[in-house]
Design a protein around this ligand. Sequence first.
Ligand code: SAM
Length: 497
Amino acid sequence: MSTRPRRPAAPAPSASSQRRYRRPRKDPVRLVAHQALRAVQERDAYANLVLPPLLAKARRAGELDARDAALATELVYGALRHQGTYRAVLAACVDRPLDRVDPPVLDVLVLGTHQVLGTRIPSHAAVSTAVELARSVLGDGRAKFVNAVLRKVARHGLEEWLAQIAPEWERDPEGYLSVVHSHPRWVVSALWDALGGDRAGIEALLAADNQRPGVTLAARPGRTTAGELLRGGSGGAGAGAADGEGEGELAAGRWSPYAVRLAHGGDPAALAAVRDGRAGVQDEGSQLTALALAAAPLGGGPDARWLDLCAGPGGKAALLAGLAAERGALLVAAEKQPHRARLVARALAGTPGPYQVITADGTRPPWRPGTFDRVLADVPCTGLGALRRRPEARWRRRPQDLARLGPLQRELLRRALESARPGGVVAYVTCSPHLAETRAVVADVLHRPPAGLAAEPLDARPLLPGVPGLGDGPGVQLWPHLHGTDAMHLTLLRRTR
Ligand SMILES: C[S@@+](CC[C@H](N)C(=O)[O-])C[C@H]1O[C@@H](n2cnc3c(N)ncnc32)[C@H](O)[C@@H]1O
């Protein structure tokens, strides 16, 4: 017989409480958004990977239509991007430090704050949908807490809150920018160092990081052209599009002759040219770095062998392979991670010229030094130049990442230079503008190049024709607020000995 004391029987609900109790309203948009936020915060998942299957499942179950899915996406991305600002607001509304609020509760609060302060959802609906969500996933007790906090949040608009909670610009400009534009302080500081200039510039950059970027396609040379994609005619983007859902409007790129921009909301996977690999999704800044390498003047000699040292997942390799094919050159695409090498192979399938994909550690290359005429070293980096695309990245990155990546970036650039022949050209590329990953790496390697080797920087600016605001050279830095691209960095080096 069990010795465990029996719980006293729960008192029967009174008639009035029976009348008052109502099941929480099931709201698939908020449930999916909260699930995605939880996965990102708890399991370090990526929003762009975790959200689509959740949406697809809810759509299959008939719980969401296309508009609901768009709203859920906006809520997740908005809450993740602006959570720095929202947490500062919440800190003023909660009577304990936020790190003592249960993470699932905090996620509901951040989502609710985004609805209240960052969307056009009327305040009362924004609060009540968040409270219903809390009732569904947290229970009635914690829903009361959510209700009390969000009512406080809803007392002011965003501008009023910022006036109250952001440090004064004159006293602490980085603290101000960090709260107003929702970036960690160390990221604000690093971006400002790289950008230089005045308040207007850094504010424009941080604001651009908070905008969802449009989708850009690259027409793969030898397989299609931007014109063909734009016409959508035979072999073009629209040909064979299954349901028309992704077709949206297409517009020419701003800078790259291979670029085509897809109107907001367009789904590239619905385009036949993307599905069959004639075009790929690729930011225009990435296209420009590959095009500059292909156009860089060699110091004489052949132009027959090109190398992509860090090729996964293969966006730049696919563009380079097409350009190499036009010249009858071979592209070797190397990648350390086998699963990413498979993605490269998929991106290159159908290339009209010769190419090889190999799984190799670029710091211990299996080829002989001096083999290649053109080398791309698109090294692993913090990705601080692509914050528009990855809403969670700014919160996940740490200054310590720079210390981890720095030696690898230097090593890969050294091996890239060794892999080029004298007269050959190397493009050092990062999707980060952080000076520790860009100029510092190049300066260190030029200062202490591999034994017996020398290299000189080439002015990269003329190789990005028509692109304004590229600075003093010789390397170039692209910016979201100036060029509408990711903040890609490119330095071109020519081996002289
Ligand atoms: C910035 S990404 C390259 C992006 C690629 N160029 C594109 O446009 O799709 C860097 C790549 O380098 C790979 N990588 C990291 N360490 C490497 C190494 N030692 N040798 C070769 N590849 C490496 C990573 O797995 C990652 O796929």
